[in-house]
Write a protein that binds this ligand. Sequence first.
Ligand SMILES: Cc1ncc(COP(=O)(O)O)c(C=O)c1O
Length: 427
Amino acid sequence: MSESSSFPEGRIGLHAAARQSPELQSFQTRAVRGWGRADSRAPSLLPPIVQSATFAQAAPGESAEHTYSRASNPTVAALETALGALEDAPPAVAFASGLAATHALALATLAGGDHAIVSRACYGGTVRLFRQVLAPFGVSASFVDATDVRAIGSAITPRTRLILVETPANPTLDVVDVAAVARLAAAARIPLAVDNTFLTAFHQRPLDLGATVSLLSTTKWIDGHHATIGGALVARDAALLERLRFLRKSVGSIQAPFDAWLTLQGSKTLATRLERHAASALEIARWLDGQAGVARVLYPGLRTHAGHELARRQHRNGHGGLVSFELEGGRDAAIAFARRLELVTVAESLGGAESLLTHPVTMTHGDVPPAERRAIGITDGLVRLSVGLEGVDDIRRDLAQALDASRCAASAGAAALPVAAEEVACG
Ligand SMILES: Cc1ncc(COP(=O)(O)O)c(C=O)c1O
């Protein structure tokens, strides 16, 4: 991988324009206008969805910019330009999912015999990828407490070729000091990737903090409407970006044009949506803290959060829309609570208009061994709330009634009963 962050100006489209033109300096403007302009004879306001597998060539071997949609596609390219512009980077590389992006990152940096350091508090699918898919190919991984920079330093071996941290982490919302880890990684000449899915560039800018790669599951806040599955890698290193495009073409993991188009439309309102999500999340977190039946609340915007001071330095415009909290009655209480929710939907995923709740132990982190889950702080009673765009009072009311029900069910030991039976047991 090249050490330089340079990118040939000719290929970067709006990246160069965004840097130079004063009207594209604000995050909001970049989000709405960052993809560029349609250059068709009918200059549509929105980029066209180029739903075509292949592209005509004037003569054999005389290919235009796009040749085949497994390699690149104009609609996907528009999204890539927009995502790059948000992080002051050349066009990103878009994938069919966040995990496809993580996989491409692993392929670009690791080979058999190599070693990766991964934050131990992270999305369960990332753990599964390293343990169950990459390990049989001879790639080893150490899962370390990334909030402890020295622990990362101690885990480095002569074969370490990638450090991947997720911050805030899924689902504990642990905050990692990206600048400190980046200094360590740079000294050891190891690329650092930050999974920025939970905050996006609106709240946190990994590349500016020294990371090599910013990784996104665009499925979440970037799309913002629970409509698509997608992922992206953002970087300023030209050689790395080229390698990622080559790998994507070779394994066939590019995002489909229509999904890219939907993601691009969603991304335009990122700043406006995230302002509201973060404000509502802070309000909900403050309210939850102190509610009967809630053992602890994890939100980086709360003073009680272990990473609060670091989060204040590292985040901008607030701390995102996710709040995790632990119910006193453990697993039974968490399940009873989830079952009683009426407005908030119990579903995997996060980051859209509708509030969603997950119970990591039975859902996203079911594949992580129980002892490890406990060490990370993923207790049986922990739930993660993605605070949506509904009225914050309505969300709070729903949580309140479900909390009452779960306390009642836990005291009656009735979590496993059908709702009607719980109602009887709880009076
Ligand atoms: C932090 C984080 N990274 C990556 C992923 C994987 O993304 P996708 O579901 O788009 O493959 C997820 C999915 O939940 C996630 O939460």
